[in-house]
Write a protein that binds this ligand. Sequence first.
Ligand code: FES
Ligand code: FES
Length: 171
Amino acid sequence: MKSAHFTDVSLRVDGTDHTVHVDNRITLLDLLREHLGVTVPKKGCDHGQCGSCTVLLDGRRATTCLTFAVANDGAEVQTAAGLGDQDQLHPVAQAFLEHDGFQCGYCTPGQICSAVGMLDEVKAGSPSHVSDDLKDTAELTDAEIRERMSGNLCRCAAYPNIVDAIQKAAR
Ligand code: FES
Ligand code: FES
């Protein structure tokens, strides 16, 4: 049933096009999980605090619980599952595997998307809060990784291995 409170939203998710008629108040995270059955991004806090719902949104990392679905009509969403496949994992996913960058795995899809987005930000020369020189491309020290990944919490505290995995992927 059409209503003023509902809108058609078109998205490309991991290479597949979808158009759904959704309540204007729904978040992108709920659209993905509840309407499209894409459960790779996880709902941890639903308040923008944990990062478990992170995807790449038009190539940049974003927390999907903090953005309305209607604000992203026409967007391209890449989840951690869309970054590679089982035969050929994305280098960041492969590094998480090799370095035990997870325990329960709940935060992992968000960590991987965030790491991929973060490495692109470093490559593009974006400084972080701990960068010594705001004009030079930052050296990817462990402190840089920790700061840049600080929006992604891990309740299992796999942080040392996550940092090692990202260092490996960056190399
Ligand atoms: S569920 Fe989105 S940041 Fe926690
Ligand atoms: S691996 Fe369990 S929350 Fe991160």
